[in-house]
Design a protein around this ligand. Structure first.
Ligand code: ARG
Length: 567
């Protein structure tokens, strides 16, 4: 089913062809910013007039007179320097809404060429604190993967765990000397970080300790059974705790391969890169230079023979291409790693790989003091504590709002609202902006927040609980009131907005659309009584409520946010 914008675009193309004007990309039909200018508009006349040295208004008038909008809208108006403004007929909107209500995809078309995509996100490190940077990657990556999948792409999600690295020398040393078994069972992520820090501190004070840590690492890499067993326990315990955090967040991965999965490939890979002339030896190290990117070489084998982050990433890329032959690999990783990914992608091109490689970067989270978010002791904030706090705060809020709810239900709702609030605060911002993490703002029922959107959904569902008998969607509806028309037109935009999220990877476009949609629903709700209305009016309003609730629920689900039925 074409979207409204596509339908208008087609009619516009027909008119341009009839006038022997050529269609230009820059002149899309887009929604107007101000409803006084109609519903959609195009600046095609201005773009064409410039190239043809014609008067843009005169050209706009010729196009407006030629375009056939029978059954869609009134004859378009020409405004300002040459905009062509379209206003939809309520009857056209009504018919479209009935069609969308019969479509399980709510008007979102499948892409003409579905792709196979790997979306890599979260990727925390073992024995290093999982911090708010990882939460951004987790929430953003999950939303992008959900949206790509809903659109109809084949998506493989992979959590590239940092489970192999020099930190293990220190962790193993400390494990042998100061581990706390009980803590390892209950809070393994924290305990492993504590062990790492303990060894780090001691090795700074005592060169003997530093040397022992180094030996533990060498032994691990040589395959010493005791060290290998310790490493395995560290990984198992950490994975278990990560899994419980992901379960709380409702995040799932198809794969969680981790850096260690590629270790055996590294020596051969470096030889291959050298043989192909992609890498070269410089000061005893194997490096890749790309002076167009940076003078800093991409280090693939250090002069002491050790491999690192870069080598593992090339091996990972190789593996993914062999195993899945994807059309694209998308990495959701913070902006500070930009250089790393540019260098990695340059190696991929030199290896002849032709696929869409994207570094989907994001900014930082700031505390209310506008500095990088930290706990009072100056550490980065542990993710689990942050999520638990969100749920606790939401629970107070839910109880204040509706004291009559039974305990287990308000706990369930608190989880949905609290986690939703944290996710929405992330997703409603452009990913590259540094945003301020402020509890009071994200948990407010007013403004652009998850609770506001969830509340709009709850309102729309409450109507159906009070309805006597099941809701039978009507085959035709009537949109008499302005608030009904405005809401109806906004619902129809869902099919335009969801595919647009992937260009530029902007879940905030969907989030902010859902906010506008909820705001229009509230206006409708206040101005148009539903249950006391009669006949066709009642059926039409019920259809709007039903479509609204399905649209906002699906939209939030695409952002990884759940909705409660009551709150
Ligand atoms: N573990 C890394 C970190 O926390 C992120 C990994 C990003 N992914 C990658 N393929 N390099 O910084």
């Amino acid at each position: 089913m074409p979207t409204v914008a596509q339908t208008l675009q087609e009619r516009l193309s027909d008119a341009l062809a009839a006038l022997e004007l050529q269609s230009v990309d820059a002149a899309q039909v887009v929604p107007t910013a101000d409803p006084r200018n109609g519903d959609y508009q195009t600046s095609v006349a201005m773009v064409l007039a410039k190239a043809r040295r014609e008067n843009p208004r005169a050209l706009a008038c010729r196009i407006a007179e030629t375009i056939n909008l029978t059954g869609i809208g009134a004859p378009p108006e020409v405004a300002g320097p040459g905009f062509i403004n379209f206003r939809l007929e309520p009857e056209f909107v009504a018919q479209k809404l009935v069609a969308v209500s019969n479509d399980p995809r709510l008007g979102v078309e499948k892409p003409a060429n579905p792709k196979r995509l790997i979306v890599e996100f979260s990727s925390p490190n073992i024995a290093k604190p999982m911090h708010v940077g990882h939460i951004r990657s987790t929430i953003l990556g999950d939303a992008i993967a959900r949206i790509a999948r809903f659109l109809g792409h084949e998506v493989v999600t992979d959590n590239h765990l940092g489970d192999w690295g020099t930190q293990f020398g220190k962790v193993i040393y400390a494990w042998k000397h100061f581990r706390d078994e009980a803590a390892l069972e209950t809070r393994p992520l924290d305990e492993l970080v504590r062990l790492y820090r303990e060894a780090d501190l001691r090795s700074k004070q005592d060169p003997g300790v530093l040397e022992q840590c180094r030996l533990e690492l060498v032994n691990l890499q040589k395959g010493d059974p005791e060290n290998r067993a310790i490493w395995e326990r560290c990984v198992t315990l950490s994975r278990r705790e990560f899994a419980s955090i992901y379960a709380l967040l409702g995040v799932e991965f198809d794969e969680q391969l981790g850096e260690s999965a590629y270790d055996a490939e590294l020596p051969g890979l470096v030889e291959r890169l050298l043989a192909k002339g992609v890498a070269e030896i410089s000061d005893g190290a194997a490096v890749v230079f790309d002076n167009e990117i940076s003078e800093t070489p991409f280090m693939i084998r250090k002069s002491d023979g050790g491999f690192g982050y870069a080598t593992t990433d090339i091996a990972t890329l190789d593996y993914r291409i062999k195993r899945w032959n994807p059309d694209g690999i998308w990495y959701v990783v913070g902006a500070p790693q930009q250089l790393h990914f540019r260098q990695l992608f340059s190696v991929a091109r030199r290896l002849g790989y032709k696929l869409d490689l994207e570094h989907i970067a994001f900014g930082s989270i700031l505390g209310e003091d506008r500095k990088l978010m930290r706990t009072r002791s100056g550490e980065s904030v542990p993710l689990r504590e942050l999520l638990e706090e969100a749920i606790d705060r939401a629970e107070k809020l839910v109880r204040e709002k509706n004291a009559a709810l039974p305990d287990n239900e308000s706990e369930e709702i608190a989880k949905i609202v609290g986690l939703g609030a944290v996710k929405y605060a992330e997703l409603s911002q452009h990913r590259l902006t540094d945003y301020v993490f402020a509890w009071s703002k994200m948990l407010s029922f007013q403004g652009n927040t998850a609770p506001y959107l969830q509340n709009a959904y709850v309102r729309s569902r409450a109507i159906f609980r009070r309805l006597e008998g099941p809701f039978q969607p009507p085959n035709r509806i009537l949109l008499a009131e302005a608030a009904e028309q405005t809401l109806g037109k906004e619902i129809l935009r869902f099919g335009e907005v969801v595919p647009a999220v992937l260009d530029g990877f902007r879940p905030n476009v969907l989030a902010n659309f859902l906010y506008e949609l909820a705001a229009k629903y509230h206006v409708f709700y206040e101005q148009c009584p539903v249950l006391t209305a009669e006949g066709e009016t009642k059926a039409s309003r019920l259809l709007l409520c039903d479509l609204f609730s399905r649209t906002i629920k699906t939209g939030l689900m695409l952002l990884g946010i759940e909705v409660p039925e009551r709150m």
